[in-house]
Design a protein around this ligand. Sequence first.
Ligand code: FSX
Length: 374
Amino acid sequence: MARPELQPTIGELLDRQGVSRRSFVKYCTAMASLLALPPHAARAMAEQLRAARRPSVIYLSFQECTGCLESLTRSFAPTIENLIFNVVSLDYDDTLMAAAGSQAEEAREQAMRANYGKYLLVVDGAVPTGDGGVYHCAAGRTGLDILTDCAKGAAAIVCVGTCASFGGLPFADPNPTGARAISTLVPGKPVVNVSGCPPIPEVIAGTLLQYVTSGRVPDLDEHLRPTVFFGNSIHDRCYRRPFYDQGKFAKTFDDEGARNGWCLYELGCKGPTTYNACATIKWNNAVSFPIQSGHPCLGCAEPDFWDRGSFYSPIPSPRWGKAGEVSPAQAAAIAAGAAVAGAAIGVGSVLLGRRRIERHQQEPKSQSGKGNEE
Ligand code: FSX
């Protein structure tokens, strides 16, 4: 495998494949809008990307349901083909790659050696640490051993999904395997969490693309998530929000309120305490998202969403109080405060976020697992 500096630039690769500059700028325009950049940023992004070399990506999977990878393979902008063939060099992914067994492991080791200090490690799933890590083994090694080995030479780690970001389903009470979030197991490494169970495919792809374009970890919130995608709550951007502000709620799934498309807060919607881009980017090529399909948000992008009581009980958080108690002006002030705080957090948020996740993982479940207070 050639050293990274000997690899062709993305622009050279595109030229070889006959991709015109015009269609590449068009592609970057779609990307810029996904990343909430102004329209004129598309041309600059195209130039930056053309000059960049595809980073080597090592993709590891631990305790998970493969929903995250299923999600990524359904990305429409960029498509998975575009991402893999044009933007990154996916050198190891034991689910997608043709090679298996020792051939696959050799490919990973070779890519890690050739790109030491520069490759991007993408991880989905939590890592079991109980009983010596025996609950996840591959090629005769524990998941923890593989993660530690691969993390050493990584420039940064992108955690795809709530399991990798916060422990997710494997971490749910009673967490029989001692599952842990990735950020708590890789001290000193920059970590970006792309949470969601599964995450939105365009958010996974957009985060990778942003890293390739800028060569650095994006601005993160207090849970180490890119603020460009996780800066607003579902509630802030929900098209049913005017009904919440008017106090109009569906009380059952087949009452008049449900038929009129009223707010799902009283049916347990976790939109007010969930930060993600479902209400704007949506799913399946922007066709819909759970709330638009008539189902409350489960809050799957937040820590501990499995352990916060029934998905169908209204949020008991004092911050949001009883439905209708928060006025639009109060809600706007809270949202503005969160945005200012998010912008001010900067680099410090990485350290704080990591400590916060670590603390949370060590707390007894009886303290950390219940309620929706944030
Ligand atoms: Fe977890 Fe992902 Fe949910 Fe599944 O890899 S975030 S259980 S969608 O598959 O890790």
